[in-house]
Design a binder for this molecule. Structure first.
Ligand code: NA7
Length: 543
C-alpha cells in the first residue's frame, strides 16, 4: 500500500477509518473541505478489520447492515448469507473504499495520541504516534464503541507459556487450532460465536464461564435470492422505515404485552421467533425490556430451550442465565452454541463455583485444579464507548482534560459533542443510541447531522461550535432518566461500564430509540441549533 502524506493543516481531521470515518470523509469531500483520516490499522473496516476471530459475524441481517446513502452501492453489492461473516463485511468495507476512492485521504498504521484545542488559532493541534503535529479546525472522533480490547487482569497471565489471543485483536494470518488444547475465557457475543468453530478444530476446548448469557439461534443460511430482491426493489422505503425503529433495524414488532396474552399464545410467539432466529426475538412483546414479569416469561422460555439442547443437566443449569433480565446485556446470536457443550472434547468450567486462582505456565488453575492447554483465547470484551476516546490525551478550551472531565462518567450533548471541547464531534458517542442500534444506521445519522452543521457554518462564515453546559446536563439527565425507566440498569453490563474495574457505573447509550433520537437531532438543526453556541471569530451568532 502506498503511503499517503498527512497534511499539516486541515479543515477536518477524522480519527478512525471504520464505517463512521469512511462515510464522514466522503461527506466532507462533498462540502469541499480538506479532510483526512488517521487510522491505527493497516486497512479500512474498523471493528471488522480487528475482530477476525473464528465465527465472527454480524448479528444484524446483511440486507440491513450496509450503507444506505448510495443506491448503486446497495443495489450492486451482493451478500452471500443472511448474516454476513467478518471476511465478507471487510470485503464490503474495502469495496466502498475503492468505489469512493477513499484511501488517498487516509493515513494507515498511524494512531492519534492526543489533541489540544488552541483557542487563539481556533483549531485543534493533533499529535500522532509517528510524531506528526497537525492542525485542523474540526476534529471528528469516529473511533468506534468497542475498539479498546481488554485482557483480564488475572494473576499470572503473563506467565502462560503458550499463545494468548484476544478476539478483538486476532492475528491476521488466522490461527489453526488443529490438534491443540485451547482455553477460552468469557462467554459474551464473541465467545459464543468463536466457541463452536474452535471446538470443531481443537483437540480439546475448556470454556471458563463467569456469567452465562442468553443467546438466540441465528438460523443463518445462504442468501435467499427472492428475499434479497424483495429488499432491493423496496430499499428506499425499508431504509426509511428502519430509521424510525427503536433499534434502527426493521423487524416485526408485536405491540402486545407479554402479560396480556394467554400462556399458549405467549409460548407460540416465542417459539415462532425462536425458529425464525436472530435478535427479533426481543420484539416478541412490547414490554420485555420494561417489565420484569414480562421479561421473566421470555427468559424462562430460553432457559427451557437451553435445558432441552444441553444433554448434561448440570452443564445446562450452568449455561442458563439467571442473574440478569434477558436483553439487558446485549443478546447474543449463535450457530450451535449450546449444542457445542454436548461434544466430548468440550468442557465448561463454571467460575461461580470453581473460581480462577491463577494462570500458570501450562494453563489456568481454578479451585478444583489445573486446566492445561496450549492456547488461551480471551474473549473478554472491551473498554466500551469511552476506552478509545480516553486513550487519547484530549484537551479542550483552557487545557481542560477530557479524562478529568469524564472521571465520573462520560457527559456529552446528544452523544455528539462535549461542552468545553469546541469543534470536536463524536460519531456514535456516549449518550447516543449507538451500541443499542444497527451501528450503520446510527453512523449515517450522526455523520449526516455533523455534515449539515458544518455546511451551515460554512455558509455563514461560522468557525466555532460548542454545546452549552446546560443543554449537555439536560441531555445527560434525560439519557439517565430514560435508561432507568427500563430494565437495562439491572444488569452489570458493559453498557454500564461494569466490566472494567473502577470505571464509573453509568448507563452510557441512549435507550430512547433511534427514531426518537433522530427526531430530536433534526429538530435542533431545524431550530438553528438551540443548546449550541456558534461563533465567527469571537462573535456569537445565531445559525
Ligand atoms: P463481552 O460481551 O464484554 O463479554 C466478555 C466476556 O468475558 C464476559 O463473558 C465476561 O464475563 C468475561 N470476562 C471478562 N473478564 C473476565 C475475567 N477476568 N474472568 C472471567 N471472565 C471474564 O465482550 P464480547 O467481545 O463478547 O462482545 C462485545 C460486543 O461485541 C458484543 O456485545 C457485540 O456487540 C459485539 P462477565 O459477564 O463480566 O462475568
Amino acid at each position: 500500500m502506498s503511503k499517503v502524506t498527512l497534511p499539516g493543516h486541515l479543515d477536518v481531521l477524522v480519527v478512525g477509518a471504520g464505517f463512521g470515518g469512511m462515510y464522514m470523509l466522503h461527506r466532507l469531500r462533498g462540502l469541499g473541505l480538506s479532510a483526512h483520516v488517521v487510522e491505527a490499522g493497516a486497512g479500512v473496516g474498523g471493528t471488522w478489520y480487528w475482530n477476525r476471530y473464528p465465527g465472527a459475524r454480524c448479528d444484524v441481517e446483511s440486507m440491513q447492515y450496509s450503507y444506505s446513502f448510495l443506491d448503486e452501492l446497495q443495489q450492486g453489492w451482493r451478500w452471500s448469507e443472511r448474516f454476513a461473516a467478518q471476511p465478507e463485511i471487510l470485503r464490503y468495507a474495502n469495496h466502498v473504499a475503492d468505489a469512493l476512492d477513499l484511501r488517498r485521504d487516509i493515513s494507515f498504521e498511524t494512531r492519534v495520541t492526543g489533541a489540544r484545542w488552541d483557542e487563539d488559532a481556533g483549531e485543534w493541534r493533533v499529535a500522532t504516534d509517528l510524531g506528526q503535529d497537525i492542525t485542523a479546525r474540526h476534529l471528528v472522533l469516529a473511533t468506534g464503541c468497542l475498539s479498546s480490547a481488554r485482557l483480564p487482569d488475572i494473576p499470572g497471565i503473563g506467565r502462560f507459556a503458550g499463545r494468548v489471543l484476544h478476539t478483538g485483536q486476532w492475528p491476521h494470518e488466522g490461527v489453526d487450532f488443529t490438534g491443540q488444547r485451547v482455553g477460552v475465557i468469557g462467554t459474551g457475543s464473541s465467545a459464543i460465536q468463536a466457541i463452536p468453530v474452535i471446538a470443531e478444530q481443537a483437540a480439546r476446548l475448556t470454556v471458563f464461564q463467569r456469567t452465562p448469557n442468553f443467546s438466540i439461534p441465528s438460523r443463518n443460511a445462504p442468501m435467499d435470492e427472492p428475499y434479497e430482491q424483495s429488499w432491493k426493489q423496496d430499499y428506499a422505503a425499508r431504509r426509511a422505515a428502519a430509521r424510525k425503529m427503536r433499534t434502527g433495524i426493521l423487524y416485526e414488532l408485536n405491540p402486545k404485552s407479554a402479560l396480556e396474552v394467554s400462556e399458549a399464545e405467549r409460548e407460540a410467539e416465542y417459539e415462532r421467533r425462536w425458529q425464525a432466529g436472530g435478535t427479533a426475538f426481543m420484539a416478541s412483546f412490547s414490554d420485555l425490556l420494561l417489565n420484569k414479569d414480562a421479561n421473566d416469561t421470555a427468559a424462562e422460555f430460553v432457559r427451557r430451550k437451553i435445558r432441552s439442547m444441553v444433554q448434561d443437566p448440570a452443564v445446562a443449569e450452568a449455561l442458563a442465565p439467571t442473574n440478569h433480565p434477558i436483553g439487558t446485556k446485549r443478546i447474543c446470536v449463535d450457530t450451535r452454541y449450546y449444542e457445542t457443550f454436548n461434544r466430548a472434547n468440550v468442557k465448561l468450567v463454571n467460575l461461580r463455583q470453581d473460581p480462577i486462582e491463577e494462570v500458570t505456565e501450562g494453563g489456568i488453575r481454578t479451585a478444583s485444579g489445573l486446566h492445561e492447554f496450549d492456547t488461551l483465547v480471551c474473549a473478554t470484551g472491551f473498554d466500551a464507548m469511552t476506552g478509545t476516546i480516553l486513550a487519547m490525551d484530549l484537551r479542550g478550551a483552557g487545557g481542560l482534560s477530557l479524562r478529568q472531565l469524564w472521571a465520573d462518567g462520560p457527559r456529552a450533548h446528544l452523544g455528539l459533542m462535549v461542552a468545553g471541547f469546541p469543534n470536536m464531534f463524536m460519531i456514535t458517542g456516549p449518550g447516543s443510541p449507538s451500541v443499542l442500534s444497527n451501528m450503520i444506521v446510527s453512523i449515517e445519522q450522526h455523520v449526516d447531522w455533523v455534515t449539515e452543521l458544518l455546511a451551515r457554518m460554512q455558509a455563514r462564515g461560522l468557525t466555532r461550535v460548542e454545546p452549552t453546559a446546560e443543554a449537555q446536563e439536560a441531555w445527560v439527565a434525560h439519557v439517565n432518566e430514560v435508561a432507568h425507566r427500563t430494565l437495562y440498569p439491572q444488569a452489570n453490563s458493559w453498557y454500564m461500564g461494569a466490566n472494567i474495574p473502577g470505571k464509573p457505573q453509568l448507563f452510557m447509550p441512549y435507550v430512547g430509540g433511534v427514531g426518537t433520537y433522530r427526531e430530536r437531532c433534526d429538530a435542533i438543526a431545524a431550530e438553528g441549533y438551540p443548546g449550541f453556541t456558534l461563533t465567527a471569530g469571537a462573535r456569537a451568532v445565531a445559525a
